[in-house]
Design a protein around this ligand. Structure first.
Ligand SMILES: NC(=O)c1ccc[n+]([C@@H]2O[C@H](COP(=O)([O-])OP(=O)(O)OC[C@H]3O[C@@H](n4cnc5c(N)ncnc54)[C@H](OP(=O)(O)O)[C@@H]3O)[C@@H](O)[C@H]2O)c1
Length: 274
């Protein structure tokens, strides 16, 4: 179809990346989707290519093959993972894996795609942050740090790219019922002997409950598809339930002590007799 726009989507085999890719395709975009687990091929106008965002050579091959199909009018970066664990017991390698995938993965893919977008005179870059990019949640420190890094990086990127006609958007989702447990391992040291065991169990049960009962991923995908159709896209788009919007607002305007009291009460419920 002539005039059809093309979007490259990372992390499109599961969760919000998959739903966003499907909604974009429904909206008429040619979608070139990347993930490690893909069998390469095309179905109904969706092209699937292998992509590991932690591996420069894999990114180079993805970009080469994708550019042969069609250069990107837009890039949507969803690839991500988290490791659940206390700050003390999450290992350095576990921190490194999360930062390498979530933050450096985006940096690497942007570095590969930016020359193409500059040469064609513009484009749109969408990066998946999270509510965790705006506030800390107990036992998600590696993930929270990676999303805070993305928030700071995106501000710099947006300022630098304006002259090239490239727009940047951060998507800050609240809990959505789509993510796979496969990408949420527990840190190896988190067992019953951990000094954090009781608080950890309480917090991870709450986190699991909130995701299982989270918002509809198709609605998020549809919102992103609608925004990408506009000439000008916003720099930040929070897509979250009313209480998560409120949590961010409260976090910004109330002091650290009140915030800690609210977040600890929500996530860390101790048994009465301890
Ligand atoms: N779900 C939520 O409630 C929620 C809330 C806030 C933010 N987010 C953000 O939304 C994005 C998607 O999360 P999700 O929970 O919806 O999905 P998910 O089910 O956790 O899926 C993660 C995706 O990332 C891909 N991925 C992981 N490591 C990769 C690597 N090294 N290279 C390439 N792809 C990689 C996976 O594909 P392969 O294994 O096939 O490579 C998979 O497609 C993430 O950035 C996450 O932080 C999600």
């Amino acid at each position: 179809m002539s005039g059809q726009k093309t979007v490259w989507v990372t992390g499109a085999s599961s969760g919000l990346g998959l739903h966003t890719a499907m909604e974009l395709q429904k909206d008429g975009w040619r979608v070139i989707a990347g993930a490690r687990s893909f069998e390469e091929g095309e179905t109904d106008g969706m092209y699937r290519l292998k992509l590991d965002v932690t591996d420069e050579e894999s990114i180079r091959r993805f970009c080469e093959k994708a550019a042969e199909i069609a250069p990107p009018d837009a890039l949507v970066q969803c690839a991500g993972m988290l490791v659940l664990g206390s700050c003390e017991e999450t290992g350095t390698e576990e921190f490194r894996r999360v930062i390498d995938t979530n933050y450096l993965g985006m940096v690497r893919v942007n570095r590969a795609v930016l020359p193409i977008m500059r040469a064609q005179g513009g484009g749109k870059i969408v990066m998946f942050s999270s509510i965790n990019g705006l506030l800390g949640i107990p036992f998600q420190s590696a993930y929270t740090a990676s999303k805070h890094a993305i928030e700071g990086y995106a501000e710099c990127l947006m300022l630098e790219l304006r002259d090239f006609g490239i727009q940047v958007m951060l998507v800050e989702p609240g809990d959505h019922r789509s993510g796979s447990d496969k990408y949420r391992p527990h840190a190896a040291a988190m067992n019953e002997a951990s000094p954090y065991a009781e608080a950890y169990q309480s917090a991870t049960a709450q986190i699991h409950h909130d995701e299982t009962n989270g918002s509809d991923p198709n609605i998020l995908g549809d919102k992103i598809a609608r925004i990408l159709d506009r000439k000008h896209i916003p720099f930040r788009k929070r897509i979250a339930s009313a209480d998560q919007h409120l949590a961010v607002y409260v976090h910004r305007f109330l002091g650290a002590r009140i915030n800690a009291a609210i977040l600890r009460t929500y996530y860390i419920r101790r048994k009465k007799n301890t």
